[in-house]
Design a protein around this ligand. Structure first.
Ligand SMILES: [Zn+2]
Length: 253
């Protein structure tokens, strides 16, 4: 138990800077590795303490140690998601190969969520890399279900594309982006196509609650505003995938 927690903490400490870089640099097509993570005000490299996931932010009193300007909050949220996602995978999975591929899933969901939230864009490189890794993993470790999962991805993405297409025709404006179809395809590559309806249901409810709440607070009309949908799909996919891993629960889905 202690070993798992220690491993999860080490892996999330190594991965959160990578995910923070992906979220902040991929949409602008900047290099991921160079320069190192730096303060957005004074451009100085962030201190070692600041880079400790979650705790670092509070140890430096939420300020850059060089110029004392407040640090942005989003990296903290990425770190919180990374640490909790990694811990969850280690709690639910025992086999090393399963842990690795589920971490790929969690990290992909985190990067997709934050990029879509910031710029309303699904980063194609994340989708392609995640799909490739999952298919290779299935071919190597679970060849029997390769076709099932590949088919699930196609069904999910296709169904979602069609729903979006009809929606556009009926309402004469774009509601669901093509990127969202790719995201649901990636999710089905892990959950299988049967869980699709539950994933979309959770996503729609989450989107209505959170998105509607934000729009009402900002006093904007609900019908004409666009809110990113992928964060809620990722949330729904993650919840469904982990509930399914409980032995007593699969009958729900
Ligand atoms: Zn600074």
């Amino acid at each position: 138990m202690l070993t798992e927690v220690a491993l999860a903490v080490i892996i999330s400490s190594l991965m959160s800077p990578v995910l923070i870089r992906c979220v902040s640099r991929m949409p602008e097509d900047k290099k991921l590795w160079d320069p190192p993570l730096q303060c957005s005000s004074c451009q100085k490299k962030l201190s070692l303490i600041t880079r400790i996931p979650v705790l670092g932010f509070f140890l430096v009193h939420r300020r850059c140690s060089s110029c004392r300007k407040p640090l942005p909050a989003q990296p903290l949220w990425i770190e919180i998601s990374t640490v909790s996602g990694t811990l969850l995978v280690f709690f639910f999975r025992e086999e090393a190969s399963q842990i690795v591929i589920d971490l790929v899933f969690v990290y992909a969901m985190i990067v997709i969520t934050f990029i879509d939230w910031n710029v309303m864009l699904i980063e194609p490189r994340v989708i392609v890399l995640t799909v490739a890794l999952r298919l290779l993993w299935l071919a190597w470790f679970d060849f029997h279900s390769l076709l099932y999962h590949f088919g699930s991805m196609c069904i999910a993405a296709g169904a979602f594309y069609f729903i979006g297409f009809f929606y556009e025709t009926l309402r004469r404006r774009q509601g669901l982006g093509d990127g969202d179809a790719a995201v649901i395809g990636v999710i089905a590559l892990w959950t299988g196509w049967e869980s699709l309806s539950m994933t979309v249901l959770i996503a729609a409810l989450g989107g209505l609650l959170v998105g509607g709440g934000i729009l009402i607070l900002n006093n904007r009309p609900l019908a004409s505003s666009r809110i990113p949908f992928a964060p809620f799909l990722c949330l729904g996919g993650g919840i469904v995938y982990y509930i399914k891993s409980f032995p007593g629960f699969p009958f729900l889905f």
